[in-house]
Design a protein around this ligand. Structure first.
Ligand code: ZN
Ligand code: ZN
Length: 117
């Protein structure tokens, strides 16, 4: 066989644009874009005030503190993982960014009402 035919390149490889986009997405997933999340209390993503007034504000628990509460409940059930669960619980409470990214409502978790804050 001497007629080894190489197919046109674009059937073998993805378009350069797609590849570069894929790299970008992967880099983002790996946190490799130099992107740093806005600091706690940032209002960058917050809705305008006149819109917020139209929204019913309820008890708000940040995802970090919500997760911490889930870990808290797990401590009761899984005593043999207690130390580890407590470590993660504390870490999650510490991760809380306090105000809701979109509404600016402050997290109502009890961990923010402690005196030793
Ligand atoms: Zn908390
Ligand atoms: Zn919180």
């Amino acid at each position: 066989m001497t007629t080894e035919k190489t197919p046109p390149e674009d059937t073998l490889t993805l378009p350069r644009k797609v590849v570069s986009d894929m790299y970008k997405v992967c880099a983002e997933l790996l946190g490799d874009t130099g992107y740093t999340p806005p600091p706690p209390g940032s209002t960058e993503k917050q809705l305008p005030d006149h819109i917020l007034e139209l929204i019913v504000r309820r008890y708000y628990l940040s995802t970090a503190c919500e997760t911490a509460e889930a870990l808290e409940r797990a401590i009761v059930r899984y005593r043999d993982h207690e130390a580890e669960l407590m470590m993660w619980r504390d870490r999650m409470h510490a991760e809380c960014r306090l105000n809701n990214k979109f509404t600016g409502v402050l997290c109502d978790c009890e961990c923010h009402h402690r005196d030793d804050a």
